[in-house]
Design a protein around this ligand. Structure first.
Ligand code: SAM
Ligand code: SF4
Length: 351
């Protein structure tokens, strides 16, 4: 369906857990976050029901995410249940890859269409620092396992950070030269702990890659589900993608909504607002009532995020986030008046 600004919304990111086996510095505090109790997390039947209703309002592609989706027991079963819904054309997964080697066979057998693996560096010490203890070898074993299924689209996601030498991003990008995969650079977003880190713009990474590999050709056509702009470097098997959510706002073509593990349908990453579908589900609402609430939420999707306000004025915004009520204090822009900004970390929302 289309929202109030005419954007076609066909993609839903579904968080299946707020838990994670890593603690990436920009995503989760070292001590973790207070875990949502099991009874508050949507069951597989509830998620599947929401996906079925979502498909009836035009959602055709689903991404399973978290937290770390592979820490949720039985995830391949959920994948199969969603794949069986008529109208759902694609189900993909975003994972840190640590558990992927052991799960990929069942995931592939149950119809997984693609996997994005988050690896920010190929330097084992830095990887352990960023993830607070993660073992790069395990993530790379997950990557290799995924690549052994040629029918899967495999992508590496990397969030570049200011203090990391650019050589490490060049090395990461070089994986797309030899292997059948895409490497995507995602700008650090001022969400949760991300507000404390300085990211690197996609333009800067692209410039340095061009110095290393030669001028890229821009890829035309649509690849993947979202806003990444892809470039093809000479002699590369795969593409290099840039998701420049901060430096090049792409809200006018945003096609997605998010379902949190607690069943809140969020129309935009940056705002704390959303529809409590779990409440409806558990109070016995029929499909029509849930469809109505989903349609309303999608229709009312905000025009755009205001990341730039957060990054250019981080202190003030951070203060305003911690105010009681969590409203965007001091913001006068009509687009956000009365809206509340999201206070959760990315792992809790479902990145
Ligand atoms: N655990 C899985 C993973 O790491 O892929 C899925 C969830 S994680 C929240 C999804 C993606 O969000 C990861 O690629 C991660 O790097 C990214 N992410 C987390 N916090 C971010 C931030 N503040 N800005 C940009 N990307 C972020
Ligand atoms: Fe976990 Fe993914 Fe967040 Fe890292 S980015 S802490 S792996 S949810």
């Amino acid at each position: 369906m289309r929202d109030q600004f005419g954007r076609s919304i066909g993609y839903m990111r579904v968080s299946v857990t707020d838990r994670c086996n890593l603690r990436c510095v920009y995503c989760m505090p070292a001590e973790g976050v207070p875990c949502v109790s099991h009874s508050d997390i949507l069951t597989f039947d509830e998620i599947t029901r929401i996906c079925r209703i979502a498909s009836s309002v035009g959602i055709s592609r689903i991404k399973l995410t978290g937290g770390e989706p592979l820490v949720r027991r039985g995830l391949p079963d959920l994948l199969r249940m969603i794949k069986e819904i008529s109208g759902i054309e694609q189900v993909t997964l975003t994972t840190n890859g640590i558990l992927l080697r052991d799960r990929i066979k069942e995931l592939a057998a149950n119809g997984l269409d693609g996997v994005n693996i988050s690896i920010d560096t190929l330097n084992p010490e830095r990887y352990a620092d960023i993830t607070r203890g993660g073992n790069l070898k395990e993530a790379l074993a997950g990557l290799e396992a995924a690549l052994s299924y040629p029918e899967l689209t495999v992508r590496i996601n990397c969030v570049p950070m200011e203090d990391v030498p650019m050589e490490e991003y060049i090395r990461l990008a070089a994986l797309a030269k030899e292997r059948n995969l895409d490497v995507r650079f995602i700008e650090m977003m001022p969400i949760g702990l991300g507000r404390k880190f300085v990211g690197v713009s996609g333009d800067e990474v692209c410039e340095r890659l061009a110095e290393a590999f030669g001028m890229p050709a821009e890829c035309t056509g649509r690849f993947g589900n979202g806003p990444a702009v892809y470039a093809h470097f000479p002699g590369f098997k795969g593409k290099i993608g840039f998701i420049d959510a901060v430096s090049h706002q792409f809200c006018d073509t945003c096609n997605r909504v998010r379902l949190t593990s607690e069943g809140v349908l969020k129309p935009c990453l940056q705002y704390g607002t959303g529809a409590d579908l779990r409440k409806l589900l558990r109070s016995g609402a029929d499909d029509e009532a849930i469809r109505h609430e989903m349609s309303r939420t999608i229709y009312e999707k905000p025009a755009c995020h205001h990341f730039s306000a957060c990054t250019s004025n981080a202190e003030q915004i951070t203060d305003s986030f911690s105010d009681a009520g969590q409203t965007a204090a001091g913001q006068t822009d009509a687009g956000i008046s009365g809206q509340t900004f999201e206070t959760m970390d990315m792992s809790q929302i479902g990145g």
